[in-house]
Design a protein around this ligand. Structure first.
Ligand code: GLN
Length: 483
């Protein structure tokens, strides 16, 4: 039976002729079929994946040079465009909409011979932390089906967790790759803002959004990043910095300098077992010769409010294009009642019916914080917090290589547990939103297991564009025995 450990190993097996792309795809299709109840996939491109696998097998056997992601089976979050395939951001307002172009990231994966096997469930417009805000229904955590997989990229996390594809793409605006990675026991990377093109990524909050990667090994994630990163004429916010060969620079025996925030580890909301385990791990790092020091961080309680003011403001603008006229769902203008009468009524009814509860809540919040009377009190102040935070973090990186934080204050929630209390759900983003406010890269590493049986991670952050050391230290942390 096919067993996936890493892309490198898979490629060795392909070259030795022990397995083919076709057998591999068939294996994944079977797995997906057997785990339908997890609800990770929205659509599976079975015929297309089989066809592509056959072509790749032929190409390889004919001795043609093979791509870096030859035959690698990948799933895409339902916010990433893939030409001629449906994309809906898990929203009724876009149901049955077909992409007319592919995201730059997807183009680059395909150019390296990747096989896209399907698109993955998520919270509507990437808004949420549980994957329960989806028009396709909730996704189950494969380790404990009574629990959520996290969100918003829940389907992408479960697809890797349950072995339904090798690696997957998500998007991370405030933790949507790292937090589900934490809840599912896999690696989740959010690169530096501007590392991977956002062209073809459905926007939630454009100055925060970044495509992220889920995988089982650092090497797989490094390879994916290497393929997707780099300048793109369709997205001016992407950096022109040269893309390092991340996958070739993963080993190190350097001694690093780690900063951590006592305020974070002693916060009232954190599960004491998570905090104690992380403290113990930091002692282990110190014993191994690394420097680990506490730095003062008095801004912790401001970052979630700043994040929700700024992202909802951006979302209210980004989502204004979904008005029933140009895309997707539109309210009927004739036939069965109720029908829209006039343009304003048409907009109102299309948006009221097309968007789900959480998206509407955020559009209203965003419109409110941008409204004339409240702009300075909310939006301008939140921007100031973002600026102060950015300066503070830069100062820390003058003296340290990395910042260590938990990824989430608690392990995976029970399904439904937080749905009645949006504020409690937002507050659980306390450790992930900082990286997006500042634009730095951050990774969640599946290092620990809670006494409740669920996994949890350690979050490591580095300075902007320092993905090379970030991936190196991730490798080191995942390999080291010290606890
Ligand atoms: N949980 C966060 C939110 O609901 C993160 C979302 C994201 O990163 N897309 O906004």
């Amino acid at each position: 039976m096919f067993e996936f450990t890493s892309i490198e190993q898979y490629h060795a097996q392909l070259q030795e002729g022990n397995v083919s792309c076709l057998q591999t795809v068939e294996h994944y299709l079977q797995r997906i079929n057997a785990t339908k109840h997890l609800n990770a996939f929205i659509e599976v491109y079975a015929d297309e994946a089989i066809e592509k696998a056959k072509q790749l097998d032929e190409k390889r056997r004919d001795g043609h040079p093979i791509g870096k992601l030859h035959g690698v089976v990948i799933g895409l979050k339902d916010v990433i465009c893939h030409k001629d395939h449906k994309i809906s951001a898990s929203s009724k307002i876009l149901q049955n909409f077909t992409s007319i172009y592919s995201a730059t990231a997807v183009e680059r994966l395909l150019a390296e011979d990747a096989i896209i096997i399907g698109n993955l469930n998520c919270d509507e417009f990437a808004m949420g932390s549980t994957n329960e805000n989806s028009v396709y229904g909730k996704v189950l955590n494969a380790l404990d089906e009574t629990r959520v997989p996290g969100g918003s990229s829940g389907g992408s996390a479960v697809a890797v967790q349950a072995g339904l594809c090798m690696v997957s793409l998500g998007s991370d605006t405030g933790g949507s790759v790292r937090q589900p990675g934490d809840f599912c026991g896999i690696i989740g990377l959010k690169p530096t803002y501007g590392r991977i093109s956002r062209y073809g990524l459905i926007a939630y909050a454009s100055s925060f959004d970044q495509i992220g990667i889920f995988g089982n090994t650092v090497a797989d994630i490094a390879l994916m990043l290497e393929v997707m990163a780099g300048a793109d004429e369709y997205d001016s916010t992407v950096s022109h910095k040269k893309v390092p060969a991340y996958s070739l620079q993963l080993s190190t025996n350097k001694k690093f300098r780690f900063a951590y925030f006592e305020e974070a580890l002693n916060h009232a909301s954190i599960d004491p077992e998570i905090s104690a385990t992380i403290k113990k791990r930091m002692e282990g790092l110190q014993k191994d010769g690394h420097e680990v020091k506490a730095v003062q961080f008095e801004l912790l309680d401001y970052i979630v409010p700043a994040y929700y003011v700024l992202t909802t403001a951006e979302a209210s603008s980004n989502l204004s294009r979904f008005d029933g006229v140009k895309y997707g769902y539109r309210t009927p203008t004739s036939g069965v009642e109720p029908i829209a009468i006039g343009l304003t009524d048409f907009y109102k009814q299309s948006r009221s019916t097309g968007f789900g509860k959480e998206v509407k809540r955020r559009i209203m919040l965003g419109t409110f914080v941008l409204s004339a009377g409240y702009y300075d009190a909310y939006f301008t102040r939140a921007q100031k917090v973002r600026k102060i935070l950015t300066e503070k973090i830069q100062l820390i990186f003058n003296d340290f290589d990395f910042i260590l934080l938990p990824t989430s204050p608690v392990t995976a929630f029970k399904a439904g547990e937080k749905m009645g209390d949006p504020i409690a759900m937002y507050l659980a983003d306390i450790y992930t939103v900082m990286a997006n406010l500042v634009g730095i890269p951050a990774i969640s590493l599946p290092l620990f297991k809670h006494s409740n049986g669920m996994p949890f991670g350690l979050q490591v952050m580095a300075n902007r564009f320092n993905e090379v050391p970030l991936l190196q230290v991730s490798n080191l942390l995942l390999r080291s025995e010290a606890v």
